[in-house]
Design a protein around this ligand. Structure first.
Ligand code: HSE
Length: 310
């Protein structure tokens, strides 16, 4: 039965996990976007308010990831009513924390909740992807962990092509977001169109090693495998100042690896205990503060469940 209002939360996500470009991702416990939807008699979606985006996101529902996803759900069920969305951005834009995916997923989940849950989570995937595609293109490495939770392998964009991987025990993350903006489109434009066969073999080996380590529950091996990317990070590192120094300081503070989260600029350090994550977050943040850039830091574990109705 349709409700008069509903609210949903969708978490931050780390895409790629280093070497797993466009296919691996995880959901982070803590920050995320929250969307409230109210039923309206007029069909379609309107965006009533966006809080926390400093006026940067489109208010036009046809151009907004959450609006597009919610409208796709309405259309899928032939709803005669509409909805008004209030979006609370808990995630910074263009930060590498899956901000657009979180809004798209929250938009799809809240729309479904408002309509009385006519669609399954697998069906929501397609509609959340429609929202995400408007901003970053059709890949599910943020959408899948955001919707399903945990660590996901997306070898395609349909629910049958998404695998939930086990979450190694003791995995802790430090996420440091330097105060610079890296637009996903730009971070994708700098990538090579082709790679030599030898590089392809090394990258494939890195992904295989990473997935094996995840199934073994071996955080140290997982971290080492994540850092074997020789294609994407080398092409993007110039977009993120001081990345080499950040990695050095992270390891000094006890982290096992440091990679770019998604398209950046957030850096994701992998640790095997909470203290190391905290110390790493502090050390890398201090680096960016000393450099006059500034940074935000978050520490957390993997969120086992994905987006949820509040
Ligand atoms: N896999 C994507 C990338 C994530 O690194 O470009 C950002 O959408």
């Amino acid at each position: 039965m349709p409700l008069s209002s509903a609210e949903a939360f969708a978490p931050a996500t780390v895409a790629n996990l280093g070497v797993g470009f466009d296919i691996l991702g995880l959901a982070v416990d803590g920050a995320g976007d929250t969307i409230r939807a109210e039923l309206t008699a007029t069909p379609g979606v309107v965006i009533r308010e966006i809080v926390g985006d400093h006026g940067k996101l489109p208010r036009d529902p046809l151009k907004n990831t959450a609006g597009i996803a919610a409208a796709a759900v309405l259309k899928a069920v032939n709803a005669s009513s509409g909805m008004a969305l209030t979006i609370h951005k808990g995630l910074p834009l263009a930060s590498g924390l899956g901000s657009s995916a979180a809004s798209a997923v929250a938009g799809a989940v809240v729309a479904n909740a408002l309509l009385g849950e006519p669609l399954t989570r697998d069906q929501l995937l397609e509609h959340a992807l429609e929202g995400e595609a408007a901003v970053t293109g059709y890949h599910a490495d943020n959408i899948a962990p955001c919707l399903y939770g945990g660590i996901t392998l997306s070898y395609g964009v349909t629910s049958g092509e998404i695998v939930r991987l086990p979450v190694p025990e003791g995995l802790h993350l430090a996420l440091i977001t330097p105060h610079i903006e890296v637009l996903t489109a730009k971070a994708r434009a700098v990538l090579p169109a082709n790679v030599p066969l030898k590089t392809m073999v090394a990258q494939t080996a890195g992904v295989a090693r990473l997935i094996h380590a995840i199934y073994q529950g071996d955080v140290a091996q997982m971290a080492a495998a994540m850092e074997t990317d020789t294609v994407v990070e080398p092409a993007r590192s110039h977009l993120i100042p001081h990345i080499a120094e950040a990695r050095r300081l992270a390891k000094e503070a006890g982290a096992l690896a440091l990679v770019i989260s998604g398209a950046g600029p957030t850096l994701c350090a992998v640790c095997d205990h909470a203290d190391a994550a905290l110390l790493t977050a502090q050390a890398v943040t201090a680096l960016y503060e000393d450099a006059g850039i500034g940074a935000d830091r978050r520490v957390g574990t993997v969120l086992a469940s994905g987006a949820y109705v509040i």
